[in-house]
Design a protein around this ligand. Structure first.
Ligand SMILES: [Zn+2]
Length: 397
């Protein structure tokens, strides 16, 4: 990583870990946050951000692709392009997420993510790999082609762990598959977080999987049994369990605003994490695209399979934050932390990422009053900026 000059950022509002502060300065030294202060007089240069707000950089832990590139391309160029595209939207770190495909393609994709994890791109950082594929059941398969589903065996899990070379962080699975308790316990022993999704599990099966060590629900309500008053389903189980983490797609399509608000009331600001679930079409026009082994049609930004299932999204986390604030009445700092601190805690990287706090990495999203990203800083370095903002940094980085 290139050495950056030390500097202060001065902004109308800073969303710090403990609260929103007005008219403060953040001291960035050696790519880290040194402190927040109200006054400066030590000669270190100040970057004046005027009416903009500084937020912690966003972490997108479930993202398949953007701007024509897909994690399943299994190519370094695609990961670089996704990384750059995410940085345009305030994202400083992401998990490269697979989708059901052939076994060879799957292993190649994990190898490519593993390589990028060791040798980071310039934009959003690769925080690891997320296996969403292969170990599902048909009823709620979404955009996963069941022809390629595989048995949930330790041998298959080991092959993925090996291919990813230490990068595998999350493994989605359907807990009604034979062997799931053993596999869940094995994944936990390997430091991989098991998540439940694309499943027809009932309430009790889900509770059992959580008891065995599963961490929560993949894009809650989507790809699982919803809540019926005599059959609370997978969604009921992951929402009721206070330790279970739920991924939320807050595009206003995957979840009704009332359901977003309900999830917030049940999970508060500790176990509800925003994801984009964005696919290759993110940042591009409507049209027909490929997701894994299936064609998906994108109309008005909404992606569906030929069968009509929602198939990922074209969402950005900046938009998801605004939706939570406007549609689900979530207070702004909590909405922002659902895209930063909460996923950081889930991934176990909150000691260095996820909030604006002394000692953490200087990773920020700089936004205007409408939460539109104007600049993104990764480890003190400008990873993206509008022309106006780039000008203000021009003497520094
Ligand atoms: Zn999915």
């Amino acid at each position: 990583m290139q050495k950056t000059t030390d500097y202060y950022l001065h902004a109308k509002q800073i969303f710090s870990e403990t609260g929103i502060v007005n008219e403060h300065f953040i001291l960035v030294e050696n790519g880290q946050v040194s402190r927040l202060t109200k006054e400066v007089n030590d000669g270190i240069p100040v970057v004046e951000l005027g009416n903009l707000r500084v937020l912690p950089g966003f972490l997108d832990l479930h993202i398949h692709g953007r701007e024509g590139c897909d994690i399943m391309d299994a190519k370094r160029e695609s990961i670089d392009k996704i990384s750059n595209s995410l940085a345009k939207h305030g994202v400083v770190g992401f998990l490269g997420t697979t989708v059901t495909s052939t076994w060879d393609n799957t292993l190649a994709a994990f190898a490519a993510i593993g390589e990028a994890y060791q040798n980071q791109p310039r934009g959003a950082q690769v925080l690891g790999a997320y296996n969403e594929g292969l170990f599902f059941t048909e009823d709620h398969k979404g955009a996963h082609d069941e022809k390629y589903f595989l048995p949930l065996t330790l041998a298959n899990i080991d092959a993925i762990i090996d291919a990813a070379q230490g990068a595998l962080k999350v493994m989605a699975l359907a807990p009604e598959l034979p062997n799931s308790d053993e596999v869940i316990r094995y994944l936990v022993s390997k430091g991989v977080r098991p998540m439940l999704g694309h499943t027809n599990a009932d309430f009790q099966q889900t509770c059992d999987a959580l008891h065995a060590g599963a961490c929560g629900g993949v894009h809650v309500f989507n790809g699982m049994k919803g809540i019926h008053h005599r059959d609370p389903g997978t969604a009921g189980a992951v929402l009721l369990d206070k330790d279970a983490y739920v991924e939320v797609i807050a595009d206003g399509i995957h979840l009704h605003p009332a359901i977003l608000e309900m999830i917030y009331r049940l999970k508060g600001d500790k176990k509800m994490g925003l994801i984009s679930d964005c696919i290759v079409a993110g940042g591009l026009n409507d049209g027909t695209y490929r997701l894994g082994m299936l064609d998906v049609n994108v109309v008005d930004g909404v992606a569906r399979t030929e069968g009509g299932s929602l198939a990922g999204s074209t969402l950005t986390l900046e938009r998801a934050i605004l939706n939570l604030i406007t549609l689900a009445k979530v207070p702004p700092l909590e909405a922002v932390h659902m895209a930063s601190l909460i996923p950081a805690c889930f991934l176990g990287v909150d000691d260095t990422l996820g909030s604006i706090s002394a000692g953490k990495r200087a990773c920020f999203a700089i936004v205007n009053d409408e939460f539109q990203v104007q600049g993104t800083i990764v480890d003190g370095r400008l990873a993206f900026a509008t022309e106006v903002l780039a000008e203000r940094f021009s003497n520094l980085i």
